[in-house]
Ligand binder design. Structure first.
Ligand code: E4P
Length: 218
């Protein structure tokens, strides 16, 4: 399973990249606002900067919700850098636009996916990625990881090429469970990637090794 980082924060993107485990970046309008990036020009420049920091795909989300607007905005976003993927919401005009982008060689990430039925529509439209929101499904007391598993099973049966990008990841356990459920990618906050390092026996074992080395070597 590949790792994307789910943030617009440049320091966090660089930290994940420098670990050597980063395969891409996802952003959304809320994450851009959280990083204080406002105004069309600043947002555009920020996407260009992110796309220059990582080699992998960078999702840039459209604000338009009508077909013509999504196509216009998406084509513009895709022109900013070769690794920009147009992130499109799971709505009727979004699915139509994903079909257009697919026919015109522009990669897409269908976002706000919460059901297997939506995942089928996005795959049929030719989405490069779909983003089922694991954490937000859990928030309403449903099972986000079960959704990933259901989509992975039906994509395998139908041989759809769309990749499953598990989003709204809230914990390191979500990352592990998404991998077991068949996600192709998990897009994660940096804290959840760093959480994968943690194990008390690693800390205890390392302290013991260093202490023993010091005893024998001074
Ligand atoms: C990423 O593509 C999604 O927009 C993001 O993972 C949503 O996460 P949240 O539910 O924590 O806001």
């Amino acid at each position: 399973m590949r790792f994307f980082i789910d943030t617009a924060d440049l320091d966090q993107i660089k930290e994940a990249r420098d670990l050597g485990v980063l395969d891409g970046v996802t952003t959304n309008p809320s994450l851009m606002a959280k990083s204080g990036i406002t105004g069309a020009k600043n947002i555009e420049d920020h996407y260009k900067t992110i796309a220059s920091i990582v080699d992998g795909d960078v999702s840039a989300e459209v604000i338009a919700t009508d077909y013509e607007g999504i196509v216009r905005e998406g084509e513009y976003l895709a022109s900013l850098a070769p690794n920009i993927v147009v992130k499109v919401p799971m709505i009727k005009d979004g699915i139509k636009a994903i079909g257009y982008f697919s026919e015109n060689g522009i990669k897409t990430n269908c976002t706000l996916v919460f059901s297997a039925g939506q995942a089928i529509l996005a795959a049929k439209a030719g989405a490069t990625y779909i983003s089922p929101f694991v954490g937000r499904v859990d928030d309403i007391n449903w099972d986000g990881i079960a959704l990933i598993q259901e989509i992975a099973e039906l994509y395998a049966i139908q041989m759809y090429e769309t990749e499953i990008l598990a989003a709204s990841i809230r914990s390191s356990k979500h990352i592990i469970d998404a991998a077991k459920a068949g996600a192709d990618i998990a897009t994660c906050p940096l804290s959840t990637i760093n959480g994968l390092f943690k194990h008390p026996l690693t800390d205890i074992g390392l302290a013991q090794f260093l202490a023993d080395h010091k005893k024998s070597n001074g």
